[in-house]
Design a protein around this ligand. Structure first.
Ligand code: PAF
Length: 281
C-alpha cells in the first residue's frame, strides 16, 4: 500500500493500472475509519484490481465550523487498517492540494438535495458535490463505494453523476451496526459513555417502529419515533422524515411508493448523529 499526497502522483500510479485494462475502485472517506468504512474497502478490493481510498476532511461540506474543528482525525490508525484491508493507494491530500483556489461551483442537485440534510445543513451537499466531483475527475474510478448510513448523500451523488455524465457505478453498501444496533459513525467517539448508552435508543426506536408501522399510519409512526427518542435523556430529534426511498420526498401513506425509508437526525449532546430504516425494501 502506498500513501499519496499529490493528485498528479495518484494519477500517474492509476494510469499504469488503466494501461492494462484494470478496474479501479474508489472509497471516498473523511478518515477516522471504523468497521463501516472497512466494509466498503473490503468490497472495493474484492470487486476491483486497484482500490483507492481517499482520506480528506472536506472543509466545504461543514456548515458548522465547530463540527469541522472537532471532526476526529486518526491518520496513522486509518493507514494501518487500510493496509490490512488490502487497499492499494491511500490518497491523503492537503486542503491546498484540493482547493488551490476557492471552489466557486454551485451545483443544482434538484429535489433530492433540497429536503432533510439539504434543509438543515445549507451548503452541505454543495460541498459534498465539490469534493466528490474532484475525486471522481482525478481518479476516474469504474466504481465508487458509499455507506447507506448517509442515505440521502447516495441519492445526491447519483444525481450529480447523472448530471455530469460520469461513467461511474455508485455502489451503496449496507449500514454496519454495533451489536446493540447503534449505527457505526466516526462521530460516535465524541460521545461520553452515558451519552453512548442513551444514543442506542435511536436505532432501537427505529427497529421498533417497523412493527408499529404495520398497524399505524405514516403520521402516527413519525410521531412515535420522535416522541420516543425525545423522551430519552441527552437526545433531541432534529428531524424524522418518512420518504420515498428513490425521490426522498415525504410520503403520506405506506402505499405511496414501492421503496420507503425513514431518515433521522438526532443531537446527542453536541454530537449530530444520523441513521435510517427501511419500511418497504
Ligand atoms: O461520507 C463522507 O464521509 C463524506 O461526505 C465524503 C463522501 C467522503 C465526501 O467528503
Amino acid at each position: 500500500m502506498e500513501i499519496i499526497l499529490k493528485t498528479s502522483d495518484l494519477q500517474a500510479r492509476i494510469a499504469l493500472y488503466r494501461a492494462e485494462n484494470k478496474q479501479i475502485g474508489l472509497v471516498p472517506t473523511m478518515g477516522a475509519l471504523h468497521k463501516g468504512h472497512l466494509s466498503l474497502v473490503e468490497r472495493c478490493v474484492k470487486e476491483n484490481d486497484c482500490c483507492v481510498v481517499s482520506i480528506f476532511v472536506n472543509p466545504t461540506q461543514f456548515n458548522d465550523p465547530n463540527d469541522l474543528l472537532n471532526y476526529p482525525r486518526t491518520p496513522e490508525a486509518d493507514c494501518a487498517l487500510l493496509e490490512k484491508a488490502g487497499c492499494h493507494f491511500v490518497f491523503m491530500p492537503s486542503v491546498e492540494e484540493i482547493y488551490p483556489e476557492k471552489d466557486e461551483r454551485i451545483f443544482d442537485l434538484g429535489p433530492v438535495a433540497a429536503v432533510m440534510e439539504g434543509k438543515y445543513r445549507p451548503g452541505h451537499f454543495n460541498g459534498v458535490a465539490q469534493i466528490v466531483s474532484k475525486l471522481f475527475a482525478a481518479v476516474k474510478p469504474d466504481r465508487a463505494y458509499f455507506g447507506e448510513k448517509d442515505f440521502q448523500q447516495i441519492a445526491v451523488i447519483k444525481e450529480m453523476v447523472r448530471q455530469l455524465k460520469f461513467p461511474i457505478d455508485i455502489i451503496a453498501c449496507p449500514i454496519v451496526r454495533e451489536v446493540d444496533g447503534m449505527a457505526l459513525s466516526s462521530r460516535n467517539v465524541r460521545l461520553t459513555p452515558s451519552q453512548r448508552k442513551n444514543a442506542v435508543n435511536i436505532s432501537q426506536t427505529l427497529f421498533k417502529s417497523r412493527t408499529f408501522a404495520k398497524e399505524h399510519t405514516v403520521v402516527e409512526t413519525t410521531r412515535f419515533v420522535i416522541d420516543a427518542i425525545n423522551r430519552t435523556p441527552d437526545l433531541r430529534v432534529e428531524y424524522y422524515e418518512i420518504v420515498d426511498g428513490d425521490t426522498l420526498q415525504p410520503v403520506d401513506s405506506w402505499r405511496s411508493a414501492p421503496h420507503i425509508v425513514g431518515c433521522i437526525t438526532v443531537y446527542c449532546g453536541e454530537v449530530r448523529l444520523i441513521d435510517n430504516i427501511t419500511y418497504r425494501p
